[in-house]
Design a protein around this ligand. Structure first.
Ligand code: AP5
Ligand code: ZN
Length: 215
């Protein structure tokens, strides 16, 4: 099954995607992760997008559609794909339909995760990730069991994202409402939308996601 996790920054898309990967063997395609990897390895594209990302704007459709096309061409996702953070514009949504069609694949469901703005800001400001395995934590709601040690891999190397500050987050939210929220109506009109409450314990949200996938 191929799904989109749609929601504002900090809605929990990455957290829930990691669970689906572990539980169902699906593949997570996160354009945010791909762009950050390009920045870390210092590619020309990575350098070009760094400033836009740090300020909370959107990278061009051409770049992100290209990243997703590459993954699909490489055969990603025979046991199902989770699109995380893509599409983010109507042009990206149209491109995704065409890319999937060309591979004989279809989109099964779009899970919209709803969370209010203040909770989103708190979540993003407290977020940190394991530098080795990518596990996502939060200072308050999901700390590591042993301070400074990743529960999943034992690494002591953690990262905080350069766009996880209040200023950038406010811009990311505005960008979401302006550019990405029209996709809610778009997918509703296509009969694909299933909206869930993204507030509450991570486990409770996971149950709602699982229910939303029963289509
Ligand atoms: P991207 O990496 O996609 O970031 P985002 O959409 O802003 O989403 P986040 O990763 O911030 O949040 P999330 O929903 O995954 O939340 P998480 O699970 O981590 O994009 C970054 C940038 O790249 C963009 O701004 C843009 O510039 C560019 N970009 C990417 N894709 C693009 C595209 N398609 N087009 C153009 N530009 C693009 O959770 C957040 C925190 O909350 C964590 O600490 C977590 O532990 C905690 N948490 C999660 N669930 C809960 C819960 N239920 N209760 C309490 N805490 C929780
Ligand atoms: Zn780890």
């Amino acid at each position: 099954m191929n799904i989109i996790l749609l929601g504002p920054p900090g809605a929990g898309k990455g957290t829930q995607a990691h669970r689906l990967v572990a539980e169902r063997g699906m593949v997570q395609l996160s354009t945010g992760d791909m762009l950050r990897a390009a920045r870390t390895s210092g590619t020309e594209m990575g350098n070009k997008v760094a400033d836009i990302m740090d300020k909370g704007g959107l990278v061009t459709d051409e770049i992100v559609i290209g990243l997703i096309a590459e993954q699909l061409d490489a055969g990603a996702g025979e046991s199902g794909i989770i699109f995380d953070g893509f599409p983010r514009t109507l042009a990206q949504a149209d491109a995704l339909t065409q890319l999937l069609d060309a591979k004989g694949k279809k989109l099964d469901v779009v899970v919209e995760m709803k969370v209010d703005d203040e909770a989103l800001v708190q979540r993003v400001i407290g977020r940190f990730t394991c530098g080795n395995c990518g596990a996502v934590y939060h200072d308050v709601t999901k700390p590591t069991s042993k301070e400074g040690v990743c529960d999943k891999c034992g690494s002591t190397d953690f990262n905080r994202r350069s766009d996880d500050n209040e200023d950038s987050m406010r811009t990311r939210l505005m960008t979401y409402y302006r550019e990405t929220s029209p996709l809610i109506g778009y997918y509703y009109a296509h009969g694909k939308l299933n909206s869930i409450d993204g507030l509450g314990e991570i486990e409770a949200v996971a149950s709602r996601v699982a229910k939303a996938l029963e289509v």
